[in-house]
Design a protein around this ligand. Structure first.
Ligand code: SAH
Length: 345
């Protein structure tokens, strides 16, 4: 059985025609799934009972649910724990900004990239999320918060390019004019750096923003933080990012989690500036979120500012990521771990 919320309009039309229905029915069903987040076929009250029964027999319409919401009293952000149809849990975050509301969503249950500072990778990869499940994360946040989302970041658990087909399908669906109609430009895909995936994405004709998780300016240091760096040297990853920029015209963001005593020195800031010299780059400095059981500390405020200053002086656009939800387990992957380990949050 196919998951109906993951079908493109053309695929849905083909399926319905096969069932002996008029093609325009597909547009109706698509709107129920993509604009109104229908959770069952019975909600589709403008379809005949007979058609609803046919759909039930033919397709899955699995629903995720909000398991837990934590609301920040400090900045209005909200942290979500979603329960998927098979009981797996993933996290998402709602972040209100002046320029619009953002949601950070997960693309996999767990992750197999193994980054040393990341909580989501501790139990390895459980499974991929389907395009429908990613859509539901966005829709459920809108429903629960009563707020409209204008930006999506694929920075929750998982490596989006390790679940390539479902992620691209999700992007095409959420940007479909007959569906949620978000702009692809307001979607950011963050990757630990899989060059084949980056090059493939560059050919999709989707102007999404690419963010590369860099975290170090040389291969040796990067390998210590990110096992994926053993497979792909920086030169290859950065060259794929350059191609991405050339093909899409989208400036690439470089994420740099700043860890005290590890990668926060001025020598490393200079090295980072040299590495990105001449590129249309934007560097996002993220003070590392300490994760239980991992020995990483946030940098001193002065060290962080000095690091940023060196980049800016070298002509590189660099911002310090404002941390949100400090009072609600805002940091990457922590809500789920607490929930599982302690049964509550
Ligand atoms: N797998 C993708 C996307 C998910 S992680 C990637 O690696 O980019 C999203 C971002 O959060 C990445 O830049 C990741 O390195 C960063 N991150 C993960 N754990 C973190 C932590 N404890 N503190 C700060 N940033 C973290």
């Amino acid at each position: 059985m196919k998951e109906i919320r993951a079908l493109y309009p053309a695929e849905l039309k083909e399926e319905l025609v096969q069932l002996g229905e008029k093609p325009y029915r597909a547009a109706q069903v698509f709107r129920w799934l993509q604009q109104r987040n229908a959770k069952s076929f019975d909600e589709m009250t403008d379809l005949s009972l007979a058609l609803r029964e046919k759909l039930k027999a033919q397709f899955f319409l699995k629903s995720a649910a909000v398991e837990k919401v934590l609301k920040s009293a400090v900045d209005g952000s909200r942290k979500y724990l979603f329960r998927l149809h098979d009981g797996e849990l993933v996290e998402g975050v709602f972040m209100p900004y002046h320029h619009g509301n953002s949601v950070c969503i997960s693309t996999q249950v767990g992750c197999r990239m193994g980054c040393a500072f990341c909580a989501s990778t501790i139990g390895g990869l459980a499974r991929n999320l389907s395009a429908a499940e990613m859509l539901e994360e966005v829709f459920l946040v809108e429903e629960e918060s009563g707020e409209r989302i204008s930006n999506i970041v694929l920075m929750g658990s998982g490596e989006p390019l390790d679940n390539y087909d479902n992620v691209v399908r999700f992007i095409r669906l959420v940007t479909d004019p007959e569906g949620r109609d978000l702009s692809a430009r307001s979607i950011t895909l963050s990757t630990s750096g899989l060059p084949e995936g980056i090059l493939r994405l560059a050919e999709e004709g989707l102007p999404v923003t690419l963010a590369l998780s860099l975290h170090a300016s040389d291969d040796e240091r990067r390998k210590k933080l990110m096992p994926v760096a053993r497979r792909y040297p920086l030169s290859e990853v950065l060259s794929a990012c350059d191609t991405y920029f050339k093909k899409t015209g989208r400036r690439v963001s470089y994420e740099y989690a700043v860890v005290r005593g590890e990668n926060d020195g001025s020598a490393q800031a200079e090295a980072l500036a040299a590495l990105l010299h001449g590129k249309q780059a934007h560097v996002n400095l993220i003070p590392v979120n300490p994760v239980k059981g991992r020995n990483f500390e946030k940098p001193e405020a002065a060290a962080l500012l000095a690091f940023q200053k060196i980049l800016v002086k070298s002509g590189i656009n660099a911002t310090i990521r404002r941390s949100m939800g400090a009072d609600i387990e805002g940091a990457c992957g922590q809500l789920k771990r607490h929930y599982i380990e302690e049964g509550t949050v």
